[in-house]
Design a protein around this ligand. Structure first.
Ligand code: C2E
Ligand code: MG
Ligand code: MG
Ligand code: MG
Length: 287
């Protein structure tokens, strides 16, 4: 009968649900120990200035070496946010980026910015500026060595903190621009220096007229407000061409390089600097 069928149905689904729940619990337990076990690491993706053809700084992207697999942040950051681990993890990310910036400067003469993605929770803390200053002093870095990436929604929620950081000279970028909530009223006096156009808009460039209209508008808005504009997720020469035609020269994406380990990053950098043979470099030379 119906009751029996219902019973069978729930039996059929229960093991699957239980497995997912157990998997999550295991992951959360492991996440608690990930830092002390040295399982967290940062990968670095270059930011390219396609006006000059040079790279300028990088973005740190978090990876978790869990059971011999590199777990991506989209898989564990939500879990970290829910379980209260996001603050210690973010502190680790900041400290590790500062450590790497110093190492690159001292051992490779590479003295540039590393941008760290920070969640809203960190901007709610009143001592964020103190934390950043402390790291910069401890590693004897300059303010230019550390930048922060923050989402639109998080900027709007933490305006006072964002102003404080910006006034102190900390470089701030708005990440995933166009996907969150930002007030045009505030845009005119946003204390950031760079906006990053979300890669969902970049992906459709050359495919839909709408995406080009949106990207064009964001570029015009950014430039009218004296902000630098960077396009995320550039994968093809066609996308690069369209963006440059629209006046956007700052880019990041697989066309140039994926996020890489610290040592691969240095290797990639020296190859690009010396050989100048990448597809995009040839394209820039053709003009
Ligand atoms: P995001 O800050 O917008 O980072 C860009 C994401 O796009 C990265 O994914 C990067 O690997 C990916 N990407 C870069 N170029 C391309 C491309 O050409 N094509 C495609 N399809 N993807 C590209 P990832 O590393 O998985 O990070 C995802 C998100 O996780 C980040 O988005 C950021 O919001 C968050 N995240 C990363 N690291 C951290 C961190 O240390 N702390 C926090 N709280 N969040 C982080
Ligand atoms: Mg980012
Ligand atoms: Mg982004
Ligand atoms: Mg994004």
């Amino acid at each position: 009968g119906a009751a029996k069928d219902r019973g069978r149905t729930s039996q059929m689904y229960a093991p699957h649900v239980r497995t997912r729940g157990q998997e999550r619990l295991k992951m959360e337990a492991a996440l608690h120990k990930a830092i002390e076990r040295g399982e967290m690491l940062l990968h670095y993706q270059p930011k390219i200035d396609t006006f000059t053809g040079h790279m300028s700084g990088s973005e740190a992207l978090l990876r978790w070496n869990f059971r011999n697999r590199l777990v991506l942040p989209t898989e564990f950051i939500p879990l970290a946010e829910e379980s209260g681990l996001i603050e210690p993890i973010s502190e680790w990310v900041l400290a590790e980026a500062a450590r790497q910036a110093r190492l690159w400067r001292d051992e490779a003469g590479y003295d540039d910015s590393i941008a760290v993605n920070l969640p809203s929770r960190m901007f709610e803390r009143e001592d964020l500026l103190g934390t950043v200053r402390g790291l910069i002093e401890r590693q004897s870095l300059g303010l230019h060595n550390l930048q922060l990436e923050i989402t639109e929604t998080s900027v709007m929620k933490n305006l006072a903190q964002v102003y404080q950081l910006s006034n102190a000279g900390v470089g701030l970028s708005i990440d995933d621009f166009g996907t969150g909530y930002s007030s045009l009223a505030y845009m005119t006096r946003l204390p950031v220096s760079l906006i990053k156009i979300d890669r969902s808009f970049v992906r459709d460039l050359g495919l839909t007229a709408q995406s080009q209209a949106v990207v064009n508008t964001v570029i015009a808005l950014g430039h009218a407000l004296n902000l630098r504009v960077l396009a995320e997720g550039v994968e093809t020469l066609e996308q690069m061409r369209i963006l440059r035609r629209l006046g956007c020269y700052w880019m990041q994406g697989f066309l140039f390089a994926p996020p890489m380990s610290a040592s691969d990053f240095l290797l990639w950098r020296s190859q690009v600097l010396l050989a100048e043979t990448a597809l995009w470099q040839a394209e820039l030379r053709r003009e």
